[in-house]
Ligand binder design. Structure first.
Ligand SMILES: NC(=O)c1ccc[n+]([C@@H]2O[C@H](COP(=O)([O-])OP(=O)(O)OC[C@H]3O[C@@H](n4cnc5c(N)ncnc54)[C@H](O)[C@@H]3O)[C@@H](O)[C@H]2O)c1
Length: 376
C-alpha cells in the first residue's frame, strides 16, 4: 500500500489569525478541532453548548489542574452545568486499570448517569485514560478533549483511540470512542517544558514526512520558531498537522490500512521504549530515532530516493531530538520486535517512506527489518 504526497493543501499564514478550526468528518460522529489562543473560558462555554450535559466530570493532572482548570471550569459552569474535578496522578504509569477503576468509583460516588459527560484536560495520558473511562462507563458517555501538550494536540486527542496500559505492554486494552470535540488553547503550551514541546514536534514532522511534502518544506525553516512558540507559526503548524491526522482518520477510522502510516518510526521506537522501561526517554524522542531508522531502511530497500533520510534527520536534529539508535545488540531489538502489536504472523507491517511527503507499508520479517550484520 502506498500514498502520494497530499501537498495540494495551502498552509495559511498565522499572521493576524487568532482562531481556526479543522473538521473531522465521520458522518454522525463528526466533530471539530477548535484552535485558538488565550480562550480557555470560552472553550468551557463551547463545550457545555456542545455536550448539553447535566453534569461534567473534568479529569486532569496536578500540573495542569492548578494552572488551567479554574478558567476552563468557569466556562463549563456558565450555563448552570455542575462540574466536578477529578485529578489523577501524572505520568504514563497512571494510565492503568487501577486508575480506571478509581475513576469509575468517583463517577458512581458523584452519581454520574447517561446525561453526564467527561472532559479531559492535559496531555495524551489523561486523554487516553479519561477517554477510555468515558467509552466504557455505562457503555459509553460523551466526552470532549482539551489537550495541553503538542503531542496530544496533533495526535492523541484526534481519532478516538482511547485506552490503558497493562503491565505486559502499552495500550493493550482500549476502545474507539470519538470525542464530541477537541479544543486547543495554544497559550497552554507556554508552560510546557521545551523538551516536551520538541517531543511533540516529532509528531508534526512525522505528519509532514508521511503525508505532505509542502508542509515539510514549510516546517524546515520554521521549526525553531515553532519551538519558541511564535504565534505566526504555531497556529498554522497545528492546524495543518491536525488536518493531516483528521484526513487519515476519516479515510481509515479503524486502522485497516492508511492509518498504519501513522506508525511510521514506531517499530523501532517501541523496542527502544521497551528496553528503556519507558523511563528516561520520551515517546516523541523514541519516534524520532525510529523515523530516522525507517527512512534509512526505506532507502536501503529501494523505496525512497537517496537523501530522504538525511533531510528528515537534519530537521529532527534541529528540533533538538535524538536521532542515534541506542547501542544494543541486534538480538535485543529482534526479541523486542517479537511482541510488536502490529505483528501479523511472522511479519510486521513496516512503514516506509517513498520520499518526503509520501509513505507506504511493506510486510517484513524482523530479520529483514534488521538484516544479519546490522549494528545500532
Ligand atoms: N490515542 C492516541 O491516538 C494516541 C496517540 C499518541 C500517543 N498517545 C498516548 O499519549 C501519551 C503521551 O502523551 P503526552 O506526550 O501528552 O504525555 P503526558 O500526558 O504524560 O504529558 C507530558 C507531561 O507534560 C505535563 N503537561 C501537560 N500539559 C502541560 C502544560 N501545558 N504545561 C506544563 N506541563 C504540562 C504533564 O503533566 C506530563 O508531565 C502516551 O500514553 C501515548 O500512548 C495516544
Amino acid at each position: 500500500m502506498t500514498a502520494k504526497s497530499h501537498s495540494n493543501h495551502k498552509i495559511a499564514s498565522g499572521r493576524g489569525r487568532k482562531r481556526t478550526s479543522v473538521l473531522v468528518e465521520l458522518g454522525d460522529r463528526s466533530y471539530s478541532i477548535d484552535i485558538g489562543v488565550d480562550w480557555l473560558e470560552t472553550i468551557g462555554r463551547r463545550i457545555t453548548d456542545r455536550l448539553q450535559a447535566e453534569r461534567i466530570a473534568l479529569i486532569t493532572v496536578p500540573s495542569v489542574a492548578r494552572r488551567y482548570a479554574p478558567s476552563l471550569t468557569r466556562g463549563l459552569k456558565s450555563s448552570g452545568t455542575r462540574v466536578s474535578r477529578i485529578v489523577v496522578p501524572d505520568g504514563d504509569a497512571t494510565k492503568n486499570l487501577r486508575q480506571l477503576g478509581k475513576l469509575y468509583d468517583r463517577f458512581l460516588d458523584q452519581g454520574l448517569d447517561r446525561h453526564c459527560a467527561v472532559v479531559t484536560l492535559g496531555g495524551g495520558v489523561v486523554g487516553d485514560l479519561g477517554g477510555f473511562a468515558a467509552a466504557t462507563y455505562l457503555r459509553g458517555i460523551p466526552f470532549a478533549q482539551v489537550p495541553t501538550t503538542v503531542l496530544a494536540m496533533v495526535d492523541a486527542s484526534i481519532g478516538g483511540k482511547t485506552g490503558v496500559n497493562l503491565k505486559q505492554g502499552k495500550n493493550l486494552v482500549g476502545a474507539f470512542h470519538q470525542p464530541a470535540g477537541v479544543y486547543i488553547d495554544t497559550a497552554t503550551l507556554r508552560t510546557l517544558p521545551r523538551r516536551q514541546r520538541a517531543a511533540g514536534a516529532a509528531e508534526l514532522i512525522k505528519a509532514a514526512a508521511i503525508w505532505d511534502a509542502d508542509f515539510f518544506d514549510w516546517l524546515e525553516p520554521r521549526i525553531e520558531a515553532f519551538l519558541d512558540l511564535d504565534p505566526k507559526v504555531v497556529l498554522p503548524a497545528l492546524e495543518r498537522a491536525c488536518a493531516i491526522k483528521a484526513e487519515v482518520v476519516e479515510r481509515d477510522e479503524r486502522e485497516g490500512g492508511l492509518r498504519r502510516f501513522l506508525n511510521f518510526g514506531l517499530t523501532l521506537a517501541h523496542t527502544i521504549e521497551t528496553h528503556a522501561g519507558y523511563r528516561g526517554i520520551l515517546h516523541g524522542e523514541a519516534v524520532s530515532i525510529g523515523m530516522v531508522f525507517a527512512a534509512e531502511r526505506s532507502e536501503a530497500l529501494g523505496f525512497s530516493p537517496a537523501g530522504t533520510r538525511e533531510r528528515l534527520e537534519s530537521l529532527l536534529d534541529r528540533a533538538g531530538l535524538p536521532t542515534r539508535i541506542p547501542n544494543r545488540p541486534r538480538r535485543a531489538y529482534l526479541s523486542a520486535m517479537a511482541v510488536d502489536k502490529k505483528r501479523q504472523g511472522e511479519t510486521i507491517h513496516f512503514v516506509v517512506l517513498k520520499g518526503i511527503g509520501a509513505a507506504g507499508t511493506t510486510s517484513l520479517r524482523p530479520s529483514e527489518i534488521l538484516p544479519p550484520g546490522w549494528k545500532a
